[in-house]
Design a protein around this ligand. Structure first.
Ligand code: NDP
Length: 255
């Protein structure tokens, strides 16, 4: 999958929602999905970033995207239900969702984790995914070969000191993927996880401020797996947690 070459029309006539589409990996996924023909729905917190991606998509000749400005920290079940209704009315289909947005918690000793910080991380990284998935499932089930992709992490598979609620939310994301993939095994909706591995983004530099970003792969370099899991070539792949990088850069140090 790391050398996967996506056909130029892989995502033609598909509608794909991406959370956290304004920056980092989500931004690059939006540009790649759009370049392969998808109409991309850009969900994120900072409107100016979403508008910039919108402009880039139009400039590269992709189908006109849509923007959903939403802070996942404050969003409620009603927001997600309304969003699902709007998507249904506007597009009549939803072929894929990339759950990519995450909040990196303050790193530090377990005993020092604040209740508010715990709640914030669980709200953004986990509860929002549960509610948004629930709201979108009817639309996804009604679409042929829909794909749900959650975003995991190395610390969502092997716990690590000081990574607190972020790591725990990623373990839960893996769990949600497995439960849902099993439950949907007799439907056309497939559910999988991507672990991006150490990737050159703002989040990575916040987690590892002393690291030289030039030593890391860029979001663009990890896109083959993102394309593979969203397109028809992966229609039989279910319940998998896959690494986007062939080798882990400095084993054990992925966020
Ligand atoms: P970035 O911090 O670069 O981007 C995260 C995106 O999520 C931003 O667009 C941000 O929006 C959005 N976001 C954050 N909080 C909210 C919120 N409350 N509501 C709506 N949108 C929000 O992160 P990466 O691109 O590095 O990470 C993408 C995913 O990959 C994450 O799930 C991360 O955990 C995972 N990951 C990344 C690794 C890496 O090395 N980079 C390694 C392992 C996993 P805004 O810019 O407006 O704040």
């Amino acid at each position: 999958m790391h050398n996967y070459q996506a056909a130029a029309d892989l995502l033609n006539n598909k509608v794909i929602l991406i959370t956290g589409a304004g920056d980092g990996i989500g931004r690059q996924a939006a540009l790649h999905y759009g370049a392969h023909g998808a109409t991309v729905v850009l969900l994120g917190k900072t409107v100016s970033k979403l508008e910039a991606v919108y402009d880039e998509l139009l400039a590269q000749g992709s189908p006109e995207p849509a923007i959903i400005p939403l802070d996942l920290e404050g969003a409620t079940k009603d927001h997600y239900q309304q969003m699902a209704e709007t998507l249904k009315q506007q597009f009549g289909q939803l072929n894929g969702v990339l759950f990519n947005a995450s909040h990196l918690s303050v790193l530090g000793p377990f005993e020092m984790i604040g209740e508010d910080e715990w709640d914030k991380v669980m709200q953004i990284n986990l509860r929002s995914q549960f509610l948004l998935t629930q709201a979108l499932l009817p639309l996804l089930k009604a679409t042929e070969h829909a794909s749900i992709v959650y975003t995991s992490s190395g610390v969502g598979k092997q716990g690590r000191a000081y990574w607190g609620p972020y790591a725990i939310s990623k373990f839960a994301t893996e769990g949600m993927m497995q439960v849902l993939a099993d439950e949907l095994s007799n439907t056309q909706v497939r559910v999988n996880c991507i672990n991006p591995g150490a990737t050159r983004t703002d989040m990575r530099s916040r987690a590892y401020p002393g690291e030289d970003p030039a030593t890391l792969r860029t979001p663009e370099q990890i896109m083959p797996l993102y394309l593979y899991l969203m397109g028809a070539d992966s229609r039989d792949v279910r319940g998998q947690s896959l690494d986007a990088q062939p080798d882990k850069v400095r084993s054990g140090s992925t966020s």
